[in-house]
Design a protein around this ligand. Structure first.
Ligand code: IPM
Ligand code: MG
Length: 373
């Protein structure tokens, strides 16, 4: 059997803790794979001025997919202070490696399943089975931002947009601009991915979450593309909900929804809300998926204060491994693993601190591994 080539990227903070837990699972299922370690994380920012060194990007071009732990992300001024003295004031600017990876490899789908596993004391209701499709390469997170706003842009805006009147007497140094740019292609492909998923998994609705009544052009484009794609799936309903209302509906009736699709920032926010409905970030997995490459990671951050304590819940990481197995077409292993996770939660003997217990990251992983037949 040919081996899968998987990049192994623990990152920093608790990334290493949860990847160790992942190792226990991968050893147990004996996946035919080769794991290639890669440098990424805070340490490389401080020492090299780049948290995602070029050598890592080159390595990632040679693998089938990657498994990623967690990474610390800080605003640029705070990050700059932590550079080693030799690199201070040399113009290094921190930008989030995970956002860069999504853009470099065109990982346009951010798939975030949020399923309530029965017996989990933290779930909001036991009948929730949602999945968020978040556009992952553009929108407000594309990094096209200015402060101060350069003259050409300021003048062009004043000249072309009547609503710029409000800013006519504001000094450009006192203006910041973050662009929310959507392309038709990106809107189309994320909505297509959501419908394809709904179709393959027998879901009867797809909910597009935007705010076209106010953000008419970008949200409007997403919505129009969604309506076009929906025509190809007459047996799946398209529900259109404004993002603010959706936050409320997800608290009120989360069990009514299944596949959700939205743009980058709304997806970031809504997926955290959905994660909490099914037990919090300890249970939230994600896949960043493109046409030729994918990277799987727990949705949680690096929680530096817990790093190395083997305290955090590895379920999000293990569910991300389940997503990776699906991506690699190892469906049988994926299903067995999910069964073992569900059984461990149902049994509730081993519980990490977030679940009100005091089992360690490793004990939780071992409990799950022991249930894989
Ligand atoms: C996520 C995270 C990232 C994001 C951060 C760490 C850049 O919040 O994956 O949801 O905003 O996409
Ligand atoms: Mg987030």
């Amino acid at each position: 059997m040919s081996k899968h080539r998987i990049a192994w990227l623990p990152g920093d903070g608790v990334g290493n803790d949860v990847m160790e837990a992942g190792k226990i699972i991968l050893n147990k299922i004996k996946l035919a794979a080769e794991y290639i370690p890669g440098d990424v994380g805070w340490e490389f920012w401080c020492k090299e001025g780049d948290p995602l060194p070029e050598r890592t990007i080159e390595m990632l071009k040679t693998v089938d997919c990657a498994l990623f732990g967690a990474i610390t992300s800080k605003p640029k001024e705070e990050a700059a202070k932590e550079l080693i003295p030799e690199l201070q004031n040399k113009g290094y600017i921190y930008s989030s490696p995970i956002v860069r990876l999504r853009q470099i490899f065109d990982l346009y789908i951010n798939q975030r399943p949020c399923k309530a596993y029965p017996g989990n004391p933290l779930v909001y209701r036991e009948d929730i089975n949602l999945i968020v499709f978040r556009e992952n390469t553009e929108g407000l997170y594309s990094g096209i931002e200015y402060h101060p706003v350069p003259d050409e842009i300021y003048q062009a805006l004043i000249k072309t947009h009547p609503k710029m009147k409000k800013f006519i007497n504001v000094n450009q140094n006192d203006l910041a601009l973050s662009c929310r740019i959507f392309s038709r292609d990106a809107c189309k492909r994320i909505v297509k991915a959501a419908f394809k998923y709904a179709d393959e998994h027998n879901f009867s609705s797809v909910t597009v979450i935007e705010k076209p009544n106010v953000i008419r052009e970008t949200s409007g484009l997403m919505l129009r593309e969604a309506r076009k794609v929906a025509k190809e799936y007459p047996y799946i309903q398209l529900w259109e909900v404004n993002v603010d209302a959706m936050a409320m509906w997800l608290i009120k009736n989360p069990q009514k929804y299944s596949v959700l699709v939205t743009s980058n920032m709304f997806g970031d926010i809504i997926s955290d809300l959905c994660a909490q409905l099914v037990g919090g970030l300890g249970f939230a997995s994600s896949g960043n998926i493109g046409d030729n490459f994918a990277l799987f990671e727990p949705t949680h951050g690096s929680a530096p204060k817990y790093a190395g304590q083997f305290k955090v819940n590895p379920t999000a990481m293990i569910l991300s491994i389940k997503m990776m197995l699906d991506y690699l077409n190892e469906k049988e292993l994926a299903n067995k693993l999910e069964g073992a996770i569900a059984e461990t939660i149902q049994e509730s003997k081993i519980r990490t601190y977030d679940m009100g217990g005091n089992s360690s990251t490793i004990e939780m992983a071992e409990a799950i591994a022991s249930k894989i037949s």
